[in-house]
Design a protein around this ligand. Structure first.
Ligand code: FA5
Length: 329
């Protein structure tokens, strides 16, 4: 069989002949395949010996066929003048991650190293989770701070990622540490505001969580993402769901070939809101306020990506121009 096959393979001169040969010996119903199938009927010792011989022949034929195929193709060059089979292939265009996805990934990795789990929540929310459970009752003027999109069925598009705090605390028992990235929606539209944008929510609840922990964790995050030399400052602020509340600014200096300059009039840029979880919020999820304490924060991703990549129009993130997206590969 071996001699016959090796003799026949030499005579092959076209791709059709080559395929017919492959089918005859190696195809499903091929000679070699049928011998291999019969192996199981042989006694063990013979099965080993014959099996080895047959498999070696199979490998040998496959190897010869690949070489033969190349030979035939090269010869066809004469038939197809100008066909240069040595030319390298065309590379497929490979995409890259969107700059916002890159920033979200980087931030979640930093918090992941601090033991924060990533969780998600729905974009279509109820007013209860988005406002009421976060200590923003219906009459509260804070509801106007976040211009809301209402849906016909009475639901809303979430205006921030903070409802994920409520959903997670109802699902899990404390202590917990979570980070929750996602899309949020507000009736805003200009170069710094978009009707859809991204936030990352963070929440840590434990028995002894203090304001120093909040400062420590957020300072670590800023240095990891913006560089070791970055300074941070905390300013008093107001959110109904945290008390006390702060906003965190980072120092920012942009350097290029011509020198360095501060990125805003003051050299500070606000990047997030944060604070200690308000007791009313713990009450709405039935956490015992005499045992549990926590801090929460929410940051705007576009704002951070704009600083990091020096982009001054937020709409560039959503226009999907290839020249813009390709510069982040
Ligand atoms: C909040 O949304 C709070 N939920 C943050 C928070 C969470 C505070 C937990 C305390 C504890 P604020 O409305 O300030 O806060 O929005 C947070 C960030 O979202 C802002 O700093 C800003 O960077 C970004 N942001 C707000 N509106 C827009 C918009 N229309 N387009 C792009 N980014 C926006």
């Amino acid at each position: 069989l071996k001699q016959e096959a090796l003799k026949n393979v030499e005579t092959l001169s076209t791709l059709e002949e080559l395929n017919a040969f492959r089918l005859k010996y190696l195809g499903k119903k091929g000679v070699l395949t049928s011998y291999l199938k019969k192996l199981k009927d042989l006694p063990l010792e013979e099965k080993k010996q014959v099996g080895t011989i047959l498999n070696e022949l199979k490998d040998l034929l496959e190897e010869i066929l690949v070489k033969k195929e190349q030979e035939i193709l090269f010869k066809q060059e004469d038939i197809l003048p100008g066909l240069d089979l040595t030319l390298p292939g065309r590379r497929p265009v490979v995409g890259g991650l969107h700059p916002l996805t890159q920033v979200i990934k980087e931030i979640c990795e930093v918090f992941g190293r601090l033991g924060f789990d990533m969780v998600q929540g729905p974009e279509v929310e109820t007013e209860y989770y988005n406002f009421t459970a976060l200590n923003i009752p219906e009459w509260h003027p804070a509801r106007d701070m976040q211009a809301t999109f209402y849906l016909k069925n009475g639901s809303i598009l979430r205006t921030h990622t903070s409802p994920i705090q409520i959903r997670t605390m109802l699902e899990r028992k404390p202590p917990l540490r979570i980070i929750a990235p996602g899309k949020v929606y507000r009736c805003d539209d200009d170069v710094r505001h978009s009707p859809m944008f991204h936030q990352i929510e963070g929440l840590m609840v434990d028995k002894e969580v203090s304001f120093s922990d909040l400062k420590g964790v957020l300072t670590y995050f800023a240095k990891e993402v913006f560089g070791e030399k970055t300074k941070v400052r905390f300013r008093p602020s107001y959110f109904p769901f945290t008390e006390p509340s702060v906003e965190m600014d980072i120092s920012c200096v942009i350097c290029n070939g011509k020198g360095c300059r501060v990125c805003s009039g003051t050299g500070w840029l606000e990047i997030l809101g944060a604070g200690m979880v308000h007791p009313e919020v713990f009450k709405s999820v039935n956490y015992d306020v005499s045992i549990w304490q926590g801090f929460a924060f929410g940051l705007g991703i576009e704002r951070i990506a704009m600083i990091k990549y020096e982009i001054d129009d937020i709409r560039l993130f959503f226009d999907n121009h290839l020249y813009f997206l390709e510069s982040f590969k």
